[in-house]
Design a protein around this ligand. Sequence first.
Ligand code: SF4
Length: 112
Amino acid sequence: MEIRLDGTHYPLETLGPGRRLGIWFQGCTLACAGCMSRHTWDPAGGAPTTVSEVLARWRKALAEGADGLTVSGGEPLQQAAALAELLTGAARLRDEARRHEGSAGPRTPDLL
Ligand code: SF4
């Protein structure tokens, strides 16, 4: 599935606990007063990619010890289907990585 992003960055240590993959969505129609991310408003801005590509970045971040991911924007919910596919896939990869580490067991998505 296609997804349009402003960009990604790893490691990110300021938008949540631990070392995180930051994912900035492109496109926002909310026009909040004082928005610091106006460059993410244009839905035709940023760059198109795929959820699979972003999940490949997440898999690499997990292998490098990522603790979680942060979605920002832009407004992620304005690409709701792609966001749902991304978070579902990210949780699956996180759980697989934890099982591989021998720390299997139900985990809440607190750091996702
Ligand atoms: S990017 Fe965020 S802060 Fe800026 S207008 Fe959209 S929702 Fe509001």
